[in-house]
Design a protein around this ligand. Structure first.
Ligand SMILES: [Zn+2]
Length: 273
């Protein structure tokens, strides 16, 4: 079962296949993907590293709030879940106040937190907020909006089935300008069972680059999911502990695995759509 909400049937027609897309690593699970004029950061603003994860550099945060390059004209921000190392209600509200053309796609759980810190003058901001109230087992949701084709599904947070089962963790599969497709898994639990029920959904679109939490890449199930349950061109592990920025601290099981370990690093790729 797969539901697609056609909000606006308009896609940029100017882009050619094989055009280059870029990825900028912000920190922890924060990445910004750019294709042409289309820019989408995932989990970019948070205030807590729990003494284990790197923080987004202050000048990068300030550039986001100010909308200065390369964070000018950000189309949409995606939030995987409301935990403090992925999301700050205050930061996201500040961003939406200053960047009046930016939309937000986030779990309803995170949107509720933004409502708690918003004031009466912020009501119009919520016109640009798309809250996804998805639970485990719900059918994936598709949204076509301008240059973005967005698919969202709830995948349980790591710790399932005994811990953190109350967290709405959303895996976003986003295609930019009908060309480049990325998948951000948030803090998804790496078990095949979560990906088996919607097999058709996972096979229907080629993913150029996936951003799994790094524990996927050290798990047999995680690798099976990325390699065989979906069509992924390349995976880059995110959410690594801060000490991975020194390669000597990266456990041997991740040798040869592509990981983002240093804020500011980046990659380029060519979309295959
Ligand atoms: Zn989390």
């Amino acid at each position: 079962m797969y539901r697609r909400l056609c909000i606006l049937l308009f896609a940029s027609s100017a882009s050619l296949a094989q055009e280059t897309s870029t990825i900028q690593y912000l920190a922890n699970e924060g990445v910004m993907v750019t294709h042409g004029d289309t820019k989408v950061p995932f989990d970019p603003l948070y205030q807590n590293g729990f003494n284990n994860y790197q923080m987004v550099p202050n000048e990068v945060r300030e550039a986001m709030f100010a909308g200065t390059a390369p964070f000018d004209g950000v189309d949409a921000v995606f939030v995987s879940h409301y935990h403090g190392d992925h999301f700050s209600a205050e930061d996201i509200l500040r961003l939406l106040r200053s960047q009046i053309d930016t939309k937000l796609y986030a779990p309803a759980q995170a949107v509720r937190e933004i409502r708690q810190v918003a004031g009466p003058d912020d009501e119009s901001i919520f016109d640009r907020v798309i809250g996804l109230d998805l639970d485990y087992g719900d059918a994936p949701v598709g949204i076509d909006r301008g240059a973005l084709t967005i698919d969202a599904v709830h995948i349980p947070h790591s710790g399932w089935p005994t811990a953190r089962t109350d967290v709405q963790n959303i895996a976003f599969r986003v295609t930019l300008e009908n060309n480049s497709t990325v998948l951000h898994l948030g803090d998804a639990d790496a078990r095949i069972v979560h990906f088996a029920t919607d097999a058709e959904y996972w096979e229907e679109r080629t993913i150029d680059v996936a951003f799994p939490p790094y524990w996927f890449l050290g798990s047999d199930d995680g690798i099976e999911i990325l390699e065989n349950r979906m069509s992924v061109g390349h995976s880059i592990g995110i959410h690594v502990p801060a000490n991975f920025s020194d390669p000597a601290n990266i456990p041997g099981e991740f040798s040869g695995v592509d990981l983002f370990t240093k804020p500011g690093e980046g990659r380029r790729f060519a979309g295959k759509q």
